[in-house]
Design a protein around this ligand. Structure first.
Ligand SMILES: [Zn+2]
Length: 69
């Protein structure tokens, strides 16, 4: 399983109001290196407040190396 973390912080007083999801370029880059169902993306506001999604959920019907025969 390929594991990726997305995090944002700018100091002790930083408050992240929403989960930090990877942009489209990052999603496609991760797609180049792993199967969508095997790549787990953890998006966190804090160490205890986070969501986990597979790349398949964030980039459905994607194009990758296995798309070329
Ligand atoms: Zn990005």
């Amino acid at each position: 399983m390929f594991l990726s973390f997305a995090a944002a912080a700018s100091g002790a007083n930083c408050v992240i109001s929403d989960y930090c999801a990877p942009c489209g370029v990052c999603r496609q880059t991760m797609r180049e290196f792993g199967k969508p169902e095997d790549v787990l993306i953890i998006m966190a506001k804090s160490p205890t407040d986070y969501v986990e999604k597979t790349l398949e959920e964030l980039l459905p019907m994607s194009f990758g190396p296995d798309s070329i025969k």
